[in-house]
Design a protein around this ligand. Structure first.
Ligand code: SER
Length: 281
């Protein structure tokens, strides 16, 4: 399955940060796990949390593009992975999220082109060198409040994706919001087929994206096209400027890049498990 040389977690993180830094993004440290000033959130659950007020137009930074590797906890609240831990090969209560952000700077087209280029571009050029035959792409199918994001579908195809590998899903999978209130918008995810043979028509297929067969084809990166502020009544107010918030699971990409079928066998977690297993009672 693995076409590129295995890459350790540190190198993947550094490649991601450098790729976006070279494209005008300010490298920002992970914030602490406890949100500084946000009563809607117990633990930081995404890279965008520390930029919430920037998206809302209530805070300004000296940069309009940022990149980070954010420590996250998803063990409660809206994004709660606790019940999945131990049942899947890809969920953790604590993980690192790689993200690039645009605050009213670039929008959908650049976000999609960057993602395509970083994932499928040449390893020698600082990218990941993944084979598009393993990748699936999703976009928002629309609902009563927000129209279908056909633009994202068209942009993936323009970037190089085969039309049959771009799929529409409803708000559960393709409309992202930080919590019950706050910045939100339609999103577009990239999923990876974890099997050996991309030509296997039984396994590498659309029905396995966002499906119960979860660990066979997994989400690796979510691009959120931030456009609204949601209030407690569910009303959506347009943000001052369309923005971008992306999140890529470092442990998942490490498993992909190392040809492992579970994050627990990646170099980011395996040594910890082995160490604990080696301890005597
Ligand atoms: N905020 C989005 C997520 O957590 C993208 O970073 O999936």
């Amino acid at each position: 399955m693995l076409k590129s040389p295995p890459m350790n977690g540190h190198e993947i993180r550094e490649r991601f940060l450098r790729y976006f830094e070279e494209r005008g993004h300010k490298r920002v440290h992970s914030s602490p796990l406890l949100p500084a000033n946000d009563p809607t959130l117990l633990f930081v659950n995404a890279g965008m949390n520390q930029f919430k007020d920037v998206f809302l137009g209530d805070d300004k930074r000296e940069y309009t593009r940022a990149v980070s590797s954010q420590k996250c906890i998803r063990a409660g609240g809206k994004h709660n992975d606790l019940d999945e831990v131990g049942r899947t090969a890809r969920h953790h209560t604590f993980f690192e999220m790689l993200g690039n952000f645009s605050f009213g700077d670039y929008f959908k087209e650049d976000a999609i082109n960057y993602a395509w280029d970083f994932l499928t571009g040449k390893v020698e050029e600082g990218k990941l060198g993944l084979d598009p035959a393993y990748l699936w792409f999703t976009h928002f199918e629309g609902d009563d409040n927000v129209p279908a994001d056909d633009e994202a579908r068209d942009l993936w195809i323009k970037a190089g994706a085969k039309p049959e590998r771009v799929l529409a899903f409803d708000a559960k999978d393709n409309f992202w919001q930080m919590g019950d209130t706050g910045p939100c918008g339609p999103c577009s995810e990239i999923h990876y087929y974890m099997g050996e043979d991309p030509d296997d028509p039984e396994k590498n297929r659309a029905e396995h994206v966002n499906a119960e067969t979860g660990d066979d084809t997994i989400e690796i990166w979510n691009l959120v096209f931030m456009q609204f502020d949601k209030d407690a009544d569910g009303k959506l107010t347009p943000l001052p400027a369309p923005s971008v918030d992306t999140g890529m699971g470092l442990e998942r990409v490490a498993a992909v890049m190392q040809g492992k079928s579970t994050n627990y066998d990646s170099d980011l977690i395996r040594p910890i498990v082995d160490f604990v297993a080696s301890l005597e009672n």
